[in-house]
Design a protein around this ligand. Sequence first.
Ligand code: FDA
Length: 453
Amino acid sequence: MTTIDRDVVIIGAGASGLTAATALHKAGLTVAVLEARDRVGGRLWTDEIEGAMLEIGGQWVSPDQHALKDTLAELGLATYPRYRSGQNVYINGAGVVSRFDGEIFPVPEGTEAQIVGLIEKLDALVAEIDPDSPWEHPLAKELDEVSFSHWLETQTDDQEARDNIGMFIAGAMLTKPAHAFSALQALLMAASAGSFSNLVDSDFILDERVIGGLQQVPLLLAEKLGGDVYLGQPVRSVTWNDAGVTIVADGMTVTARHAIVAVPPPLISRISFVPPLPRRQQQLHQHLSMGFVIKVHAVYETPFWRADDLSGTAFSPYELVHEAYDNTNFADPRGTLVGFVSDEEADAVFALSADERKARILESLSHYYGEQALHPVVYYESDWGSEEWTRGAYAASFDMGGLARYGSELRSPVGPISFSCSDMAGKGYQHVDGAIRVGQDTAAAIIALRVRA
Ligand code: FDA
């Protein structure tokens, strides 16, 4: 088995680990990035499926994601706007299909007033929350003890208003049912995007895509690091003391002064730490779990919905596919729809055969776009729940009470070991922007230590 020695070893070649490695390398430190998979990018993955280029993981960029935007500019990657001309579609609990413009769904006047009121209330609360330290809010403990669904029940009796506001954080973001996470966790999700209004505004949060796919970010970062990135190297153990670490992967051993564990928090406990991590870390990692969503890609000969003056943007908390968008690739004559099936709905369709699942999902898309949606030329389901080195999507969040109890130690280093991941971010939490921000901060902290030493 090969043994190499470096200043810093990074476990995980996702956006976060590669960003940290790049910054350290630029500062003159030697690095090795060990990646379990046979590719880089983690939850960023662009692949060709039956002749269609699909972004199987993360893809959208929003205007406030400056860390990601700066990285795109540095790497020379161009973006293009998501198609949004025409009308959006909403389906209510009775199955009535309506078209609408703007952000507020076509609901009865009273429900609309409740939705607007809830958005204002959430925006006001979010304005008081620092996404980097939500546990410092004076009501943090109280807000972390109540589920988001229960919190919504205390605000309004209007079920449709609750279902819609709940959907934006539950099905659409944390991809867990609204009873499974706290109001504080919901506020962090919104604060990480600047405001709750930003999350509700698909033209903001799903603004642009990268020509050629967002996986180019980790691919280009890895290319610049060259031979310092080692694929097919799942790290099994980290032996550590104050002087440094010895890391054993399947095909190599790395000794280093510092280690960065850049994997999703629920996977950290798959690595044996010798001696074990302190009890606080061992506990806090167990209180974080991945959400679960199926990203469905349906490619058609043409973007047929555009001819019907539809933007492709569609929502319903009552549909199997709770949100869907025009996801046509840049300069592609074919049309692509992307839809999302979250949490308990995803559990239910994974209990079906692949054919039955496809039929149910396409049926749901047809409720928004009509019969033509039933006949894609390419159909693909991103299933991150079955990926050994991710185990869910989009990212990890705390269980009830976990954020106030453990959040402040989420990013605390232990001896020579630091932690870096989108799931540990404040601003950009659960997004590539957050992965990059935490990667930069983690690298800066190690560089600062070296300067002081
Ligand atoms: P990431 O999980 O990407 O990287 C961790 C790496 O560690 C992986 O490569 C893994 O293989 C490796 N690893 C794990 N254990 C290991 C071990 N023991 N040894 C060695 N390596 C190990 N974001 C966004 O900004 N816009 C969007 O539109 C979306 N949409 C979206 C859709 C879907 C379907 C998904 C799954 C995710 C998104 N996201 C997103 C989220 C975004 O993709 C995600 O937050 C970041 O890519 C995470 O980057 P990290 O580097 O933090 O973790």
